[in-house]
Design a protein around this ligand. Structure first.
Ligand SMILES: [Zn+2]
Length: 219
């Protein structure tokens, strides 16, 4: 059987969990077939950091690139899902020794995937990258870091974690649901909406296993 694409995107709906203080998701139908309109047209209002999304450097760095000028390379290509369940504070100690290399696309499957998406209530003690974890990935020179909840950093360190990654031109993908994904090697497709000068954008994110025997050796 051919390997299937796995959808690792969370759905967008009114009332979904958001980063605290972010604008609410509002969906309405200014035109609707049920009201005699010629077609149904919905209106969507949402923050650019809603659900599964990509951060642009301009999210934390003044004058930096918007989401429409980002390279697509970090968003499409081979990626590795690394499972780290033993701690919520993922640092250098958890990341080193895993063979992470320059140019890698890394998706962190943490305890968040099983725990956080079951509720529309924000989970404050989510698993995240620490400052030394972010510095480690920046030092290695990875291409992409994805995580399975609504921020990559936590608490007072959150902004510095973002700046360390974005300043090293590492793409940050947030809000992934990796609960149906085993650790391993995949092909990633994650395409954010092309919003001019956007500080981020919602994205559809997909994985396909590279362990399909029909494809032969993966490296
Ligand atoms: Zn964001």
């Amino acid at each position: 059987m051919a390997t299937e694409w796995i959808d690792i995107t969370v759905p967008i709906y009114a009332g979904m969990v958001l980063w605290p203080g972010d604008p609410p998701v509002e969906i309405s139908q200014p035109m609707h077939l049920d009201r005699g309109d010629i077609c149904t047209v919905s209106r969507l209002a949402l923050g650019l950091h809603t659900g599964t999304h990509v951060d642009a450097p301009s999210h934390f760095l003044r004058g930096a690139k918007g989401v429409d000028s980002l390279s697509l390379e970090p968003m499409v290509g081979p990626a590795r899902v690394i499972e780290i369940l033993e701690t919520a504070a993922i640092g250098e100690a958890e990341l080193s020794g895993r063979g992470i290399e320059r140019g890698d696309r890394i998706l962190l499957k943490t305890s968040n995937s099983a725990r956080c998406w079951n509720s529309d209530e924000f989970v404050p003690d989510f698993a995240h990258l620490t400052l030394d974890g972010a510095a480690h990935l920046a030092g290695v020179g990875v291409r992409t870091v994805g995580i399975d909840y609504l921020s990559i950093g936590h608490g007072d360190d959150g902004p510095a974690v973002h700046r360390a990654l974005l300043g090293a031109e590492i793409l940050i993908i947030k809000g992934l649901n990796l609960s149906g994904v085993e650790p391993g090697e995949y092909d990633l497709v994650c395409l954010p909406l092309k919003i001019r000068d956007g500080d981020g954008a919602p994205a559809r994110a997909l994985l396909k296993s590279r362990d399909d025997p029909a494809r032969g050796p993966r490296r």
